[in-house]
Design a protein around this ligand. Structure first.
Ligand SMILES: Cc1ncc(COP(=O)(O)O)c(C=O)c1O
Length: 364
């Protein structure tokens, strides 16, 4: 079909393709917390509208202090960005790697940032037979000629968490071989039991952990992410060389407010702990659909019904899901859906039952 967006969340393009109003489309293609922006943040923004009239602190001291104390790390280890995406590009530009390894399928912006920096990229394909998980063979691929490895846990689009012991072994191997390891933990906030690699940073000075606040706190339009690393020299170089004021005053304020909103955080955990298994089971029961058990707020699936373009068929039902045909390593059978509110999840399941039974009844 004509709908070709590189990212989820492109309801404008989807609406144009379908000739409908963007507001009438339910967006399952971007993985945003359906509880919406925290009320504490709405109140803080309204109470501080005057912030728009002056420049934000160019050093973002209060923001960096809030992020550092949240993770119990020194403030010099933390650098916030206009969404995590800005930091992916800043970091690659500063590291200037000549040779990088990327796991496929994976988030597209690593490849774009590396390509822009003129870096040679080698792919490390994740295999469906291995449940899309990396194993010890990845350690053998981490040789001295490499400069950089990107990992994403839980991975996008598969929604699977990398085994923690393996992750630490990878970090050790990268340290020994002089490889910069960039670990994208954009969705880790959805897993309350998982600490990720931030607690290990002091052992691994070539490790850079990236975090996004846009998904868990539903501020994709406001934009805020951050990087944490014990390599203060490199963090400082980015701090000094990048463009000033890229984080707007309200996004900076968000970072000072939302991490303390325990009520919102707990409500989000409650929502996900019921809707994640419910949507998984609903999808798993569908004819012709294979689903991978998710760890975050989105679900990866394969549709084996011949001739059924699931994205197109669901758009006819005013539902947008992410097709994964443009991920290296995948093809048109693979899709990703966000986990949304109970009502929206039911709409997705109902629509899927309809489009699948229509196709099957048509005997195609
Ligand atoms: C794995 C992953 N990392 C990073 C990002 C970008 O996050 P941000 O909105 O903070 O730039 C995304 C957005 O979809 C993502 O899926």
């Amino acid at each position: 079909m004509a709908f070709s967006s590189q990212h989820g969340g492109n309801i404008i393009e989807a609406a144009a393709v379908m000739g409908v109003d963007a507001n009438s489309i339910i967006d399952f293609s971007a993985n945003i917390n359906p509880l919406g922006m925290p009320d504490s943040l709405k109140r803080a923004i309204v109470a501080n509208l005057a912030l728009a009239e002056r420049y934000p602190d160019v050093e973002y001291r209060a923001l960096h202090q809030a992020l550092a104390s949240h993770h119990h790390v020194p403030q010099e280890w933390v650098l916030a960005g206009n969404g995590e995406t800005e930091l992916i590009f800043n970091l690659v530009q500063q590291l200037a790697p000549r040779k990088a390894l990327l796991l496929t399928p994976g988030f597209a912006e690593y490849r774009r940032a590396l390509t822009r920096a003129g870096c040679e990229i080698t792919d490390f394909p994740l295999a469906e037979e291995n449940n899309w998980q990396p194993d010890e063979s990845l350690l053998l691929a981490l040789t001295r000629d490499l400069d950089c490895l990107f990992l994403c846990t839980p991975n996008n689009p598969t929604g699977l968490l990398i085994d923690y012991e393996l992750l630490l072994a990878i970090a050790q191997r990268c340290l020994e071989n002089g490889i910069a390891l960039i670990v994208d933990e954009a969705f880790l906030d959805f897993l309350p039991q998982e600490a990720g690699l931030i607690p290990h940073l002091s052992r691994f000075p070539q490790l850079y952990v990236l975090r996004s606040l846009t998904k868990f706190f539903a501020i994709a339009g406001l934009r805020l992410g951050y990087m944490v690393s014990a390599n203060t020299e490199l963090v400082n170089r980015i701090r000094q060389q990048r463009e000033p004021w890229t984080i707007n005053a309200f996004a900076a304020l968000a970072g000072e407010v939302i991490l303390n909103d325990r009520e919102y955080i707990e409500a989000s955990y409650r929502w996900l702990s019921t809707e994640q298994p419910r949507l998984f089971n609903g999808l798993n029961a569908l004819h012709g659909i294979t689903v991978w058990r998710p760890r975050a707020n989105y679900i990866f699936l394969r549709c084996d019904i011949y001739g059924l373009d699931l994205q197109r068929a669901l758009l006819e039902e005013n539902i947008l899901i992410r097709h994964c045909a443009n991920y290296p390593g995948l093809d048109a059978r693979y899709y990703r859906v966000a986990i949304k509110s109970p009502t929206d999840n039911d709409k997705l399941l109902d629509a899927l039952r309809r489009v699948i039974s229509n196709k099957v009844d048509a005997g195609e």
